[in-house]
Design a protein around this ligand. Sequence first.
Ligand SMILES: [Zn+2]
Length: 408
Amino acid sequence: MMGRAKRAAFLTAAAVWTAGILSGCAGGDYQPIEIQTQEAAGGEHIPNTLPQAETSLKETAVSMETAPAYQTADDTVYITGDRVNIRKEGSTSGQIVGRLDKGAALKRTGIGGSWSRVIYQDQECYVSNQYIAAKPAETAAAEAENAAQAKDSPLSSAQKQEIRLNPDWQYAGMSKINSGTAVLYKAENNRKGIVVCVNAGHGTQGGGSVKTLCHPDGTPKVTSGTTQAGATTAAAVSSGMTFADGTPEHQVTLSMALKLKEKLLADGYDVLMIRETEDVQLDNVARTVIANNAADCHIALHWDSTSNDKGAFYMSVPSNETYRNMEPVKSHWQQHNALGESLVAGLKSAGVKIFSGGSMEMDLTQTSYSTIPSVDIELGDKASDHSSAALDTLVTGLLAGIDQYFGQ
Ligand SMILES: [Zn+2]
């Protein structure tokens, strides 16, 4: 952490230096070693005030990076902070070729790890994904307001509203894949004024090769699942399992989500659909943050990777003191477990086979970032029947559980 005087001196030095090297990405052999060292310690831009915790977190994220493979992109991104570094390489040790302020637009040609490849002064350069958004700040702010209104009061006209990740939302900056759109549907009749987020598990192309922090504070996972305990990062969205009959999990979770949506809407619930097609470019952090801000509960649909048709259960919050004392888990873990218990009770009432006591402790990205009641429900496993009729039974059970949770 830089002191005030040191930062002031640094800012001056950086300004002088920047003025001298705005020669484009390919050019410039001047290597300002000293300045780069300080830059790496302060993150990818120079804010007026940077809290200690935020700095530590960014350093953690930076230190864990490995050289990313860039996937082709063709869109426009907007700078979200001031004096954001544009670099010759996608790394905090990459040479800075210029700086851009909030609102500046860049054509993006690639996405990898925590960096995007962009065209800056007609050359390929790189910018940290932490300081770009798919929409200009004003547009994002207007959409955020719409989302907030949608959550708190009836929508006036539109039955359907697209909701993007607003970079100003809590934890939004920790998402790496967020160019996709969730859709909010309003019930036509007997509206309850309750928004249920239906999250069809998996279905984000490229999500398995990008890493996000398991916990917003950068601490390691406390249980082993797809990612082992002790890891601080996990796949942004894993690809999911394949059923015994060869059907990929992400297809079944999508079918299930579409069925559940219809039933919820018919019953008067509003529904926030995270995914309605094979692919949505929203990672688990983005899905969770959107749900936090536009829904009253978050239900992620999954099937487990075992092969013995063991039955349905929910992923409960681990009874680990450190984990349960970490925000936002601390303030919400009881809600998560209560929702899970209700869903399992509903499934049971519909005749669905339940695994063991109906829950399994798991430290999930979803749970770690949720500020509304939030559950990962495993509706069966690789050997489970996933025919349309079987999914209908599961929908009946989940609806009963949601009704129970909200006292409907
Ligand atoms: Zn799954």
